[in-house]
Write a protein that binds this ligand. Sequence first.
Ligand SMILES: [Fe+2]
Length: 235
Amino acid sequence: MTHIRFAHEDSAQPPSLFPPYASTVARSPREALIRIPQTLTEITGPAGAWDHLMGPAVADLTRQHKAEPIGQRIVVSGRVLDENRRPVANTVIEVWQCNAAGRYIHVKDQWDAPIDPNFTGAGRVITDADGCYRFTTIRPGAYPWGNHTNAWRPSHIHLSLLGPAFATRLVTQLYFPDDPLIEIDAIANAVPLEARARMVARFDIATTQPNFALGYLFDIVLRGQQATPFENDHE
Ligand SMILES: [Fe+2]
């Protein structure tokens, strides 16, 4: 499998400092970065052992509790690809999202939207030999986030990719194609316009399951001219 790397290869990646996204002002580096040499620990492991470390896949977020969560069922699928659109197998994709009302199960999320006792919002899948992944969940809601008065995040699913080693980790967000909040969201807009659409899933009738769930396709390209924008892709 090809490795995931962190180097900028594409101006379409979000900058670490984007003042409209207020928290980047305090957390972006002020000094030149220092390259820390990677050791065997970061670059050799634990390829092939993620499922032993993390447990079996959690590919259906709607069946983790006694009853089904409230919300629109969706099936998200796609492929992880390298710059030549070759499939990247054995990539762990961790999934993290809020519920249909826009509330996370997290101590810091205390806004006035209901918690769904039947929804945790965490999942994990691994790409197969063809680089394919697939999970079932409910569509997350929008939520306010305090960036400025009346700032709301568009519906999104956080995805974290883990390749063969601890150093090969990339984080991004999946958005939905019919969401009017994307164009006024400071986080989505930190990604230059030409690449923003790469973070938007595509509705797909072929993977929509009759009488069950809407299908969305989302391919993740690790690098190159069509690379998916990643939150941590900074030199
Ligand atoms: Fe979020």
